[in-house]
Design a protein around this ligand. Structure first.
Ligand code: GSH
Length: 247
């Protein structure tokens, strides 16, 4: 492949992590441009000139711009993460199509429990209940449909579908949401995926922020997160004992 591949993203974003992981596994070198979502960089005029939706990820290769995570076809990546076999590719697409209205519901929970409180947005108890209901349904669908016959979502081998799903579900660690209760297949699958090469390095930033967030929730630790390039600088400002129960 000739020409540099640039990924505009934020390692706190699920699809960004998925692309970084996919590229590492398939030895596609990437230049990473940090678009810090918490600072609103995605909404700046300069960024929107390239990505009018104002979202990450964005992939740029020799002037070709791609808004989604579907790099496999672009770079002709082969098994197991993508496939040259049309039927297997259709099965991968079938999951990815469902993913956006299914597994991606996890993001609604993170909005309700992490982002909305940070931005002073009120999420009603009813809204929260609806999100929990949809999430539980999605998790049951993963257990009972996608993992019904095979160890991975699209067959006996993992694919970009599994990378996408793991990157999404890991967010729920932040709010200590138990996704595995009564879901043994999901748990086995998640454990297998967390042993896939590069998992630790791709999720390191997220894991660190997630651990601090959990600690903050338990102890009212006040932290400030800034980034330089794609490194997160986390500063503990003060540590007070929490008096009320975490909600
Ligand atoms: N459709 C994209 C996801 C786009 C998306 O929702 N990105 C989020 C971060 S995960 C974003 O940029 N949010 C910032 C905003 O909406 O301001 C994919 O699944 O690959």
């Amino acid at each position: 492949m000739s020409g540099e591949v640039i990924l505009y993203g934020d390692m706190m974003s699920q699809p960004t992590r998925c692309i970084v992981w996919f590229c590492k596994l398939n030895k596609i070198p990437l230049k990473f441009e940090n678009i810090q979502l918490s600072k609103g960089v995605q909404r700046t005029k300069e960024y929107k000139a390239k990505m009018p939706l104002g979202k990450v990820p964005l992939i740029e290769h020799n002037g070709f711009l791609l808004y989604e995570r579907y790099l496999g076809a672009t770079f002709n990546v082969a098994e197991p993460w993508w496939s040259g076999d049309l039927k297997r590719r259709a099965i991968i697409d079938q999951y990815l199509d469902w993913h956006h209205g299914g597994t991606r519901i996890a993001a609604q929970m993170i909005f309700a429990k992490v982002m909305a409180p940070a931005q002073g947005i009120n999420v009603s108890g009813d809204q929260l209940k609806t999100s929990i209901g949809k999430l539980e349904f999605a998790l049951d669908t993963l257990e009972k449909v996608w993992l019904k016959n095979d160890e991975f979502l699209t067959g006996a081998k993992p694919s970009v579908a599994d990378l996408s799903a793991v990157c999404e579900l890991m967010q729920l660690e932040m709010i200590e949401y138990d996704i595995f209760k009564n879901r043994p297949k999901l748990e086995k699958w998640y454990r297998s995926m967390s042993k896939v090469e590069h998992f630790q390095e791709v999720t390191a930033v997220f894991q660190k922020v997630s651990a601090l967030f959990r600690e903050k929730n338990r102890s009212k630790l006040i932290i400030e997160i800034t980034t330089i390039k794609h490194w997160y600088i986390i500063r503990v400002i003060s540590n007070r004992t929490k008096t009320e129960k975490a909600s």
